[in-house]
Unconditional design. Structure first.
Length: 488
């Protein structure tokens, strides 16, 4: 087969060779000696919503004890508030919800959509967001602007059409997408789409671009939104002396200057030890507590008290009609209620984070060592292309390979998020062929975290298991690169 001269030819070649790649991946996996009972039950992350990691023993024990008690759910909500206020200060508050997406929906509808009351249609508002990864989450609640982005979310999901991601769009709300200087948006993948490559984001230039956009849309400006991650591959690698991403702080300053809210989606983030909303200066930050914090399925909204009042009201937490500081009742978004198990488990997870943060930090340190050692053995022709970072915010290790495409040469294949949804992301579906549950591996960025068969009941890394799945990923990357023809 002729050596590919262009990107699309490389991906066409990979598409044609997919059966061979999967067959070779299955064969290679035999050398890993994955025990039969672990095949399909061990993986590169326990932080994927569709397959969360098992609960730690301390969380399970706490939940079991609470399950035998008769307790008003408002008691757990207040316990969560106490822990958050103890760490962030009394001018911050919290509201638990069932999922991070539920928290995002609540935040956008509460803080950024125009009021419905009064005669006629409500006015329009717009919120501004960086054009970055995962935009179907934090950027999916309005109609994309400028119009060239009108269909940017079309294929993300299960092609449900109007009942898919489009359904999240709020009435008379627009999302202004701002490409960031230093980032690039080339087209890649078997499902050939633009991919955001964020490692080289110019922070000062990006803040200036966001400020310019705010000035352009100031008449209808309703807020800002972004991710809350803290790694180079997500564009947040430049930090101040306290470790707070400078881009996040810059967005917060712009939002404050316009007196509009700044909502941060920190789904794969951990309260207390992760990105600190107070140091950022944002208004509300939302965590998917089951992804990395050790909680059962639930989420948590943390924010300034002024902002949290309407949020807690719409969730039914903000006091009975006769006047109380808290309640547990019906309101517009009572559907976001996490329930007793979610609440009691979240309390236990937050207490552990406050009292023994090393239970979540040490596994990251251990995993980082394993990842860097195993990738140090990868084919020497691509070894220098990988950059590594560990993040306590996400309880993960980041592997970025944008640099493999430097100088205009064909590099390590980059798969789009559309590849993930279409089943054509070879770095994810190839791992499944090996009997290993994959992790997020698109846009030239891979997040690996402990928890899915790679940790013991106390959440600590089992080195031989973690090494086994990371080695499987290394082998798969080598196989895919050979079939891509980048060495020819």
């Amino acid at each position: 087969m002729a050596k590919p001269a262009f990107k699309f030819q490389m991906y066409k070649r990979l598409q044609m060779n997919t059966p061979k790649i999967y067959a070779e991946a299955k064969k290679a996996a035999e050398s890993l000696n994955i025990p039969a009972e672990l095949k399909g039950a061990i993986g590169l992350t326990g932080a994927i919503s569709g397959c969360p990691s098992p609960l730690r023993a301390d969380i399970e024990k706490a939940m079991a004890a609470e399950s035998r008690k008769v307790v008003s759910l408002s008691v757990y909500v207040d316990q969560i508030r106490e822990i958050i206020k103890d760490f962030y200060g009394d001018d911050y508050d919290a509201a638990p919800v069932n999922t991070c997406e539920g928290g995002l929906w609540t935040a956008f509808d509460t803080l950024m959509t125009p009021p419905m009351q009064g005669r006629g249609d409500n006015y329009r508002t717009r919120y501004i967001a960086p054009y970055e990864r995962h935009i179907h989450h934090q950027c999916g609640y309005g109609r994309p602007y400028p119009p060239k982005y009108k269909d940017i979310l079309a294929d993300r999901g299960s092609t449900a059409g109007e009942l898919g991601f489009y359904t999240k769009r709020q009435n008379n709300l627009d999302t202004v997408l701002v490409p960031l200087p230093g980032a690039s948006y080339p087209v890649h993948g078997i499902k050939y789409h633009p991919v955001p490559l964020m490692k080289n984001v110019d922070v000062k230039g990006s803040i200036a671009a966001l400020r310019t956009s705010a000035k352009q849309h100031e008449i209808m400006l309703g807020g800002f939104a972004s991710l809350g991650y803290d790694t180079p591959g997500y564009g947040y690698g430049q930090k101040d002396a306290e470790g707070t991403p400078l881009l996040l702080k810059g967005i917060a300053e712009i939002a404050q200057s316009y007196n509009v809210p700044y909502v941060i989606d920190n789904a794969w983030g951990i309260p207390i030890i992760g990105t600190n909303i107070k140091k950022v200066g944002a208004d509300v930050m939302i965590f998917s507590m089951d992804k990395a914090s050790g909680s059962p399925t639930s989420a948590l909204m943390i924010g300034r008290e002024e902002v949290m009042v309407p949020i807690r009201r719409v969730l039914g937490y903000h006091g009975a009609r006769y006047g109380t500081t808290a309640s547990y009742g019906k309101a517009g978004y009572v559907t976001m209620d996490p329930g007793k198990e979610g609440l009691s488990g979240q309390v236990a997870a937050l207490k552990a984070l406050r009292e023994k943060p090393q239970i979540l930090k040490k596994p990251v340190d251990d995993l980082y060592k394993i990842v860097t050692e195993e990738f140090g053995k990868i084919d020497s022709r691509i070894r220098k292309s990988f950059k590594f970072a560990k993040t306590y915010n996400s309880g993960a290790v980041e592997i970025n390979y944008e640099d493999s495409w430097k100088d205009g040469k064909l590099g390590i294949p980059i798969f789009s998020i559309e590849d993930m949804y279409a089943g054509s992301n070879l770095f994810q579906d190839g791992m499944s062929q090996m009997g290993i549950i994959p992790t997020i591996a698109y846009d030239a960025n891979i997040f690996i975290s402990p928890g899915l068969g790679t940790t013991d009941e106390n959440g600590q890394v089992i080195p031989e298991r973690a090494r086994m799945v990371v080695r499987g990923l290394v082998m798969l990357i080598e196989i895919v690169c050979e079939h891509a023809g980048i060495y020819e």
